[in-house]
Ligand binder design. Sequence first.
Ligand SMILES: Nc1nc2c(ncn2[C@@H]2O[C@H](COP(=O)(O)OP(=O)(O)OP(=O)(O)O)[C@@H](O)[C@H]2O)c(=O)[nH]1
Ligand SMILES: [Mg+2]
Length: 333
Amino acid sequence: MAFRSGFVCILGRPNAGKSTLLNTLVGEKLAIVSPKPQTTRNRILGVLQVPKQKSKPGAQVVLLDTPGVHKPDSSLGRKMMGEVRAAIEGSDLILLIVDATAKFGHSDEIVLEMVKRSKTPAFLLLNKSDLFRGDKAKLLPIIEAYRQRHEFQEVIPLSARKPEGVDILLKKLVEALPKGPKYFADDQLTDQPTRFMVSELIREKVLVETSEEVPYSTTVMIESFDEGPKLTRIEAAIYCEREGQKAILIGKGGQMLKKIGTAARLEIEKMLGTKVFLQLFVKVKSNWRESHEFVEELDWRRQLERLVGRSETEDVSSSQTLITSSRDRRHEK
Ligand SMILES: Nc1nc2c(ncn2[C@@H]2O[C@H](COP(=O)(O)OP(=O)(O)OP(=O)(O)O)[C@@H](O)[C@H]2O)c(=O)[nH]1
Ligand SMILES: [Mg+2]
């Protein structure tokens, strides 16, 4: 038997549990998760290494978590849907994940259409099975709705959060992959720069702590990142769209910002393995979600391209943190 590998796109509506599944499969928190829809804004790569076993040669599953499929109404939304298409393109398999507690509707038809158009084999994952408390019969109508519309290679009920049924998914996943090379080193988990992961952890805390328009009008940019052996100093700007949102993010006497900062710092410290001094600023950039230019500026892949382009004329060593993946960092220690 030969080594197997491939690119697997995790696709679905907002809030279905895509990022939770990525984290569960890889065994590390690579993507932020929240109860609010449209949490993920970029495609997020996670490498799942399946070790060699007696008669089996092992495998490498390159997972791509994606933003939830929705009808975009801003530059940010269009960028998010572009990320979804980029992840589908070139994937060997699609995992269509649905919240099995939700009824089949028009939005599901749209996601299904994307699967059909890609002509890529797909599994249907019925997530949040823990909410059925063992009553699998409740899943039958939704299974039927999907089966009538598309031929899935596998249909698997699971709970990405509990987790339950994920081992079955993993087995079927590896069987479905083509023979292939190792695309990533044995110890590589993701390609995301640490700086980006830090900005995402801050954004996650904003999503959890705030409500209504604020979470959707917010983005985070790292302004400085100095890593020492024991202490990492980070300055980050939380951007929102209006003065009123800024007031909410700061809170009475700075309480809200403090809460967000403390929760984010604890997680960043865990990820970096150093103490962290985190300074947060709140800035207003009106209608930034409508600015194609600003939305592109937020894309770390674009930031890297720009750095590489500049490197012939400029010294980019001070920006190294931007191109060092979290896994490499752990190696440097
Ligand atoms: N009960 C239950 N909740 C789950 C399960 N998987 C995910 N969730 C919850 O569903 C919510 C959304 O999860 P995410 O993983 O952020 O969903 P997503 O599909 O990545 O959402 P977007 O990034 O917004 O598209 C969170 O509150 C999760 O904790 C599950 O198996 N069971
Ligand atoms: Mg997500």
